[in-house]
Write a protein that binds this ligand. Sequence first.
Ligand SMILES: NC(=O)c1ccc[n+]([C@@H]2O[C@H](COP(=O)([O-])OP(=O)(O)OC[C@H]3O[C@@H](n4cnc5c(N)ncnc54)[C@H](OP(=O)(O)O)[C@@H]3O)[C@@H](O)[C@H]2O)c1
Length: 163
Amino acid sequence: MIVALDEKNGIGRNNKLLCRLSGDMKNFKELTTGHPVIMGRKTFESLPKGALPNRVNIVLTKDEEKIFDDAISCSSIDEVMNLRVIKNCEKCFVIGGAEIYKHFFDLADKLYVTSIRHTFEDADVFFPEIDIDNWRINSVSDEFKADEKNEFPYFFAVYERIR
Ligand SMILES: NC(=O)c1ccc[n+]([C@@H]2O[C@H](COP(=O)([O-])OP(=O)(O)OC[C@H]3O[C@@H](n4cnc5c(N)ncnc54)[C@H](OP(=O)(O)O)[C@@H]3O)[C@@H](O)[C@H]2O)c1
């Protein structure tokens, strides 16, 4: 899973991201390009330019009739897990939002987290609690300071599931 969260695990509001940090966007693109990405219908609809390029986009919706531009539509987690592109890939990314993170949380091996050093009081969707009994920190970056392209300070952390 890959997520940008604030200090209270907030991830979005009004079907938008809490903020757009250029460093986070770059990191997201670098990590996910070339790999399938799995997301909920609301997150897909929030993408400013539609499907993410150079990645197989998989969108979950309960509406079995729904068709998305440049994306595969699935109506259950099982259907996603049984896609050939998922079964045959070395790595895939669950990219949100809150409902989809919750569904896949127990299946994920790794969490790529951007921690935003800010609390957005109006956040309305949240990432599940990362419980230290089940997850160990694999790596943590230095903190990146706020600048003209990044409104808030942030750092990256990678968690690995304890097996
Ligand atoms: N900070 C981050 O890293 C990050 C990343 C991604 C998204 N976000 C934010 O998260 C928010 C969106 O999250 P959200 O929880 O509201 O929506 P979401 O998880 O993106 O999408 C929810 C939709 O997924 C479909 N769905 C959910 N469970 C399903 C299941 N078991 N089977 C089939 N389809 C299923 C349903 O679509 P239908 O209603 O069509 O049936 C549901 O309405 C936005 O604010 C977005 O900006 C933040």
